[in-house]
Design a protein around this ligand. Structure first.
Ligand SMILES: [Zn+2]
Length: 210
C-alpha cells in the first residue's frame, strides 16, 4: 500500500472505479478534457446554490428559496483521469475548473450557452499534456429508479514534480539556433527550388564560392 505525505491511501484509477466504498481518495494521474462539446457550466440559484436544469438566465422561481431569484453560471465539466491501470471520468467545478480553463464562469456561459459555440481548448490540452497530478477525489453515490450511480468529483489537485528528463528537454529547446545555420537552410531551400524562386530575392552574402 502506498501512502501519501498526508497519510492518505493512494489508489489507482482501477481500484477507485471498483471500490465499493464512498469517500475521499487520492490518485496520481494525468488529466485530459476529452469531451470538447460539453457546456462547461451549469446555472445555479444565487440563493441556495442549487443546480438548475436550464440554460435560460431569466429569474427563476426557486421553490427552495421561495422567491424569484437570479440564476448565476457555475463552471462545471467532465474531465478524464488517466493512469496506467484505467481511465475514468470525474467532474470538476467552480474555482478548480475555472483555473484549468483559465476562464470565468460568466465567460464560459457566454460562449457555450449564449453564443452556442464550443470552447477553444488548445491551451488546456497543452497545459495538461505530459503532466501527472496528485488528485484528491470524492466518490459519492446517488440513486435513480432503483439504480445506484457513483460519481467522482475532484476536490483538489497539484501538479507533480517534473521528471528530470523533461527538464533537460525544456532547456535544450530554449537554445536559439545560430544564425549561420538559418542562412544555410535558406540557401539549401533556394537551390532546391531554383526554377520557381522569384528573381528579386537576393541570396545571403555568399561565404564561399562554388
Ligand atoms: Zn434557491
Amino acid at each position: 500500500m502506498i501512502v501519501t505525505i498526508a497519510g492518505q491511501q493512494l489508489l489507482s484509477i482501477a481500484e477507485i472505479s471498483s471500490a465499493p466504498s464512498m469517500g475521499v481518495f487520492y490518485v496520481e494521474a494525468e488529466m485530459a478534457v476529452l469531451d470538447e462539446f460539453q457546456d462547461f457550466c451549469v446555472l445555479e440559484c444565487s440563493g441556495c446554490k442549487q443546480k438548475k436544469r436550464t440554460k435560460d438566465r431569466k429569474n427563476f422561481d426557486c421553490p427552495k428559496c421561495n422567491r424569484k431569484i437570479a440564476l448565476v453560471p457555475r463552471c462545471s465539466f467532465q474531465i478524464d483521469l488517466i493512469d496506467n491501470t484505467a481511465t475514468t471520468t470525474s467532474s470538476i467545478s467552480v474555482e478548480l475548473g475555472e483555473k484549468i480553463l483559465s476562464m470565468t464562469a460568466e465567460d464560459i456561459f457566454d460562449i457555450t450557452c449564449t453564443k452556442r459555440q464550443s470552447l477553444s481548448l488548445t491551451h488546456v490540452h497543452e497545459m495538461l499534456s505530459n503532466k501527472v497530478f496528485a488528485i484528491q477525489l470524492r466518490k459519492s453515490s446517488w440513486a435513480s429508479s432503483n439504480t445506484t450511480h457513483a460519481t467522482l468529483s475532484i476536490l483538489s489537485y497539484t501538479e507533480k514534480q517534473h521528471a528530470p528528463q523533461t527538464t533537460t528537454d525544456r532547456t535544450s529547446k530554449k537554445i536559439k539556433p545560430l544564425e549561420i545555420s538559418e542562412v544555410e537552410v535558406m540557401a539549401t531551400t533556394t537551390a532546391a527550388g531554383s526554377s520557381n524562386a522569384p528573381p528579386k530575392i537576393e541570396p545571403p552574402t555568399p561565404n564561399k564560392k562554388v
